[in-house]
Structures are given as C-alpha cells and as structure tokens.
Design a protein around this ligand. Structure first.
Ligand SMILES: *Cc1c(COP(=O)(O)O)cnc(C)c1O
Length: 404
C-alpha cells in the first residue's frame, strides 16, 4: 500500500497537522522515517515513551502476555491488573487505584469522584470545581471545561457548570475564591501544555491549606509530570504536598495507553458498582507491560539517572539561550523543560519545531511561544548532548534565514 504524508490529509480528521514525514520505526531515542532519515527524539510521543521506543522489556512482555491473557473486562478479576495495582499503590503511597486508558479519562473519573464525594458528605450545593487558566486536563467535555483554555470548550453546546478558573500561582485569587461551595481544586504541579510553568511551593501549600479548611479535595493532575518524568516518581514528592487524588497516564505504560486515578480507601469508597466503570480500563495486556515499566522507573537509581539527564538538558538549553539569543527563559522540572521564545520569535514555536526536525531533532511545542523538551527518561547522555548541539546549530541557522 502506498502511504505518504498526503494520506493523512486524505483519510484522517484534520485534528492534527503532523510534520512532513511518515515515521516507520523507532528504537530507544532514535526515530526513522520512510525516506530513511533519522531523528533524535526529545518528544517521546508527548512524554509517553518513558523507556524510549520499543524497549526490549515491553516487546518481551507483550509477547508473553499475548499468549496468556489479552482482555477479560472488569466483570472478572485478573492477576495482571492486580499485580500492577499492588505495585502502583505501594510505590505511590496511595491506597486505591482505578485504571483507565488515557489522561482525560483519569481526570474525568477524578472529577466525578470529587463531585460524588462532596454530594455524599455535604449535599448537592457543594459542587464547585476550581482549576487554573492555561491548565490542561484532557479533551472529554468535562475535562476540557475544567481546563483553562476557553477555545477548547467553546462551540460544543452548554458546558458543565460550577467550574471556576483562577490565575495560576496567584495566592490572593485563590484565597478569595475557595469557599464552602468548593468541592475540589484541580491543578498540575507543572503546567505542561500551558507552557511548562512550575507551581510555586507556596501556591500548592495554599491549595492544600484552603482545601482542608473548606473540606474540598485536592486533585493533582500528574498525567504529564508523573511516572518519573520530573525526577521523582510523582512531582508532588518534590513539593512535599500530597494530593487527595492523583491522576496519571502518559508515561505509565511506556508507550501503551493506560491511565490511573490514585486515592485513599475512604475517598474511593464513594465510587461503587454502578457509579463509574470502564471496559478497557485495567486491560491485562497493558497492565502486564506497565508493571515492568513501573518496576524500572520507580527505583532510586533510575530516578537519579533522570535527574542527571535533567541537569544536562537544563544546562544545555540555558547555554543555547545565552548563545542564540532566541529564548527569554528556560523553565520546567526534571526532564520536562520549556524554552520560552523571545518577543522577536513570538508565535514561531511550530515553525521552529519543523525546522529542527530538518536538523534531525524532534521537539514539542507548548502553545505558540514555548518549545517543549521531554526526552525518553533513559536517553543516552551522549544522544542528549548531540541533540542539544544540533538544536544550537539549527537555531543559529534558523536565525540567519529569518534575518535575510
Ligand atoms: C496529556 C494530558 C492530559 C490528557 O491526556 P490524554 O491521554 O491525551 O487524554 C491531561 N492532563 C495533562 C496534564 C496532560 O498533559
């Protein structure tokens, strides 16, 4: 079958605008396209391929599990989902887990759980969800409404109500807004899609304190920051503020679709048979693979390796900032870093992303003004340094072309 980049435009919903090549294979931090070009991948399928592309452990587990049990639904318990549940609750320090297939579904479940918890404990009036401008929580109608980008939820009819958006890292706004009506505060410890903005410690502390005072639940959306991405298994550990509910997805399956909602036994008890569910959530094939991913990424040694790579990335980007003069700031946490473009290059993130692919490096954007870097957590240090060198050369070249 003849497949080219045009096949996308002819066959797919025009929801995306992929770069001008077709990927055919990938291994570790390297990606190959159909003309044989090679790229160093600092995108990891949007912070998903935590162990790089096609890691041996996943290939091996997929093969083994495909002969044992692929799917059986949650009508029946199976060994593989329960093994992951045991390890994930143990490693994260939460008592209960609910498995889903994506980040949006994890957040959807968390928001429903928070509403139900408040409904059961305090009645229907306690329904307000507080979230933050530029926050991103997924694309279901509830999660996109809780997310802080108006344009993502407009034009789809009446939105779910009782959602208040506040400026991120704004203590005064928070203090004014949280009340007895608040049932949950949903926040990303580092805003990912919103531009790689880390929460200030006092901000998360205030969320925690105010939520406690008003009997609201704190939900950390760690879909992107979780699973070792920021240098600890979950980012909250670095802030020392444990949420009531934690959601995660992206990196947990090492390239396979899985999400999770983690919480206490007391909170989880507000979901019972009939209140929520999923056909594929906790699928044994994916859980068997996620178990192997989690075993690897949750060790001290592995996380120390993430931190070491994060230093190389952060310092490398700062060096490029000094040298190329195209970044106004480098920010983020761990192996989730953003480079904010200067005024002169405002709105060119997409164009620069394409240009850098031409130089053999895949990067992400976060909005139109920020380049986002999320390499595999185990990327070879030499590959990371090579990619940074290519980015520097590529950006200097881009600058030259722009000046002509
Ligand atoms: C990617 C992301 C989501 C949505 O995850 P999907 O798997 O695309 O549904 C939600 N929250 C955050 C913080 C994310 O980065």
């Amino acid at each position: 079958m003849k497949i080219t980049r045009s096949t996308f435009d002819e066959s797919m919903f025009p929801c995306y605008n992929p770069l001008d090549f077709v990927i055919t294979s990938a291994k570790g931090a390297l990606v190959y396209d159909d003309s044989g070009d090679k790229y160093i991948d600092l995108s990891s399928g949007i912070a998903v391929n935590s162990l790089g592309h096609c890691p041996e452990i996943i290939a091996k587990t997929l093969k083994k599990q495909s002969h044992r049990l692929l799917h059986c639904s949650n009508v029946f318990a199976n060994r593989y989902t329960l093994e992951l549940a045991r390890l994930l609750t143990h490693k994260s320090g939460f008592e209960r887990v609910f498995f889903v297939n994506s980040g949006a579904e994890a957040n959807e479940a968390a928001l429903k759980l928070a509403r139900r918890y408040a409904f059961d404990n305090s009645g229907a009036e306690k329904d307000e969800i507080i979230s933050f401008e530029h926050g991103f929580h997924g694309r279901t109608f509830f999660t996109v409404s809780v997310g802080g980008q108006d344009k993502y939820s407009q034009g789809f009819g009446p939105r779910p109500g009782a959602i208040t958006h506040l400026p991120y890292n704004d203590l005064a706004a928070l203090e004014t807004a949280v009340s007895a009506k608040t049932c949950a505060i949903m926040v990303e410890p580092v805003q990912g899609e919103g531009g790689l903005i880390p929460a200030q410690p006092q901000f998360l502390q205030a969320i925690h304190t105010l939520a406690k005072k008003h009997q609201a639940l704190v939900i950390f959306d760690e879909v992107q920051t979780g699973n070792g991405r920021c240098g600890s298994l979950y980012a909250w550990e670095q802030y020392g503020i444990r949420p009531d509910i934690l959601t995660t997805a992206k990196g947990l399956g090492g390239g396979l679709p899985i999400g999770a909602v983690l919480t206490s036994t007391a909170i989880a008890s507000h979901f019972c048979p009939g209140t929520h569910g999923s056909t594929f959530g906790g699928n044994p094939l994916i859980c068997a693979c996620a178990l192997e991913v989690l075993k690897k990424i949750s060790t001290e040694k592995f996380l120390a390796g993430v931190k070491a790579r994060a230093c190389i990335l952060h310092e490398g980007l700062n060096h490029i900032k000094e040298h190329c003069g195209m970044f106004s700031e480098v920010r983020g946490l761990g192996l989730l870093q953003g480079a904010v473009l200067t005024e002169e290059y405002a709105n060119q993130a997409g164009q620069i992303q394409r240009y850098l692919a031409g130089w053999g490096v895949l990067v992400l954007t976060a909005g139109t003004n920020v380049l986002r870097f999320a390499p595999p957590l185990n990327i070879k240090k030499s590959q990371l340094k090579k990619a940074l060198a290519l980015i520097e050369q590529g950006l200097l070249d881009y600058k030259k072309i722009k000046q002509i």
